[in-house]
Design a protein around this ligand. Structure first.
Ligand code: MRU
Length: 352
């Protein structure tokens, strides 16, 4: 079941992104041809979701290399260093951004004895490969995760961890897509996801596009629905998983996990290995992005709070590993994740 839209696409020598801020009203693609422009698109939420941010950053490196491919080798290397720094500064929490930039840097270094145009073309190839791999990994994750769902299930998800948050298929929504492909009957409850509201314009929209049954709920309805027996499982994505299994994901995820635990409902986190940061010992060390107060004071052009209202707007939270029933990865399912099991997962992986 391929999605009916592309989150990122390569057209006419530039990277185009579906402008997620215009959904669901308009399906508009914006074109970017420099690292600074791509970094701006990531910061401004044209593209969002950990794996999609990683892919966008990889293309940010590739378009920059193409743009300056007339420079001498020394100039090129200096300009590329600056481009990496610009992209790195775009958003702090999703580790896929830094993972993707590291991989692009390695590719750049490996091409250092070729001409500048050859380096630029190697970087573009690498960005294409990374995006294709992302879809393949999501599909493998989907197969592992689908096996966890009963034949009929009502699944709650938070934020958008779908095709829009990846190069295609999705992580949490990828599991749901794969379960449906396997003949299971899955209906989705989508949390609205204040304050940026990824649930309504993104999750509800992309599931509707694929005719997957979806019911939108206000975030604060989740506990009540659980208490009434309406939710069989929770599946969310992740922005960064620490070495001990603590999960940083969209603000509000922690509350959902606590509620799921209270009601004995499995709480699954679907994430590729590129989202697991072995360098971070626990969730306490994960950098949590804070965004503008305007996101809480109102929505888009509308303001509903009185002028002068104090706001704090952390946009991710950390769910401790003890509340995670299982991590669903491309390498398989890790039940009750902890440091040892995660280390073993990396040791036994079949992909690099
Ligand atoms: O702020 P966003 O929209 O980039 O946050 C996205 C999320 O929190 C997703 O759940 C996460 O990146 C997983 S996406 C497969």
């Amino acid at each position: 079941m391929p999605s009916s839209f592309e989150t990122l696409r390569w057209r006419d020598g530039a990277i185009e992104m579906l402008d997620q801020r215009a959904l669901p009203e308009r399906q508009v693609y914006l074109s970017f041809d420099s690292a600074a422009a791509v970094a701006g698109a990531i910061r401004d939420m044209v593209v969002r979701g950990a794996p999609a941010i990683g892919c966008a950053a990889a293309y940010g490196v590739a378009v920059e290399a193409k743009r300056i491919s007339g420079e001498t080798r020394a100039q090129f290397e200096n300009s590329m260093d600056a481009a990496f720094e610009t992209l790195k500064a775009s958003r702090p929490t999703a580790v896929n951004l830094f993972w993707a930039l590291e991989r692009m840097k390695t590719r750049l270094q490996a091409s250092s004895s070729t001409t500048v145009p050859d380096s630029a073309s190697a970087l573009l190839d690498e960005a294409h490969v990374m995006c294709r791999e992302d879809v393949t990994l999501n599909r493998r994750m989907g197969v592992h995760g689908a096996a966890l769902l009963p034949e009929r299930s009502r699944v709650l998800t938070h934020c958008n961890a779908g095709a829009l948050a990846t190069a295609g298929h999705g992580t949490a929504l990828g599991v749901i897509r794969s379960a449906i492909e396997a003949g299971k009957h899955v209906a989705v409850y989508a949390d609205e996801t204040r304050p940026f509201i990824q649930g309504a314009p993104l999750t509800a929209w992309e599931l509707q596009q694929d005719r997957i049954p979806v019911t939108l709920i206000a975030d604060n309805a989740a506990g009540f629905l659980m208490s009434r027996g309406n939710i069989d499982a929770v599946i969310v994505g992740a922005d960064r998983v620490a070495a001990n299994g603590d999960v940083a994901n969209k603000i509000g995820t922690y509350q959902v996990a606590v509620m799921a635990h209270r009601h004995g409902i499995p709480f699954y986190v679907a994430c590729p290995l590129s989202t697991i940061d072995l360098a971070i010992a626990s969730g306490a060390d994960i950098p949590i992005e804070e965004r503008a107060a305007e996101e809480v004071l109102g929505y888009r052009e509308m303001r509903w709070a009185p002028v002068g209202t104090d706001v704090v707007n952390p946009v991710f939270d950390v769910t401790p590993a003890e509340l995670v029933t299982a991590l669903i990865t491309e390498e398989g399912v890790v039940r009750a994740p902890d440091r040892e099991k995660i280390a073993a997962l990396f040791r036994s992986r079949t992909t690099t």
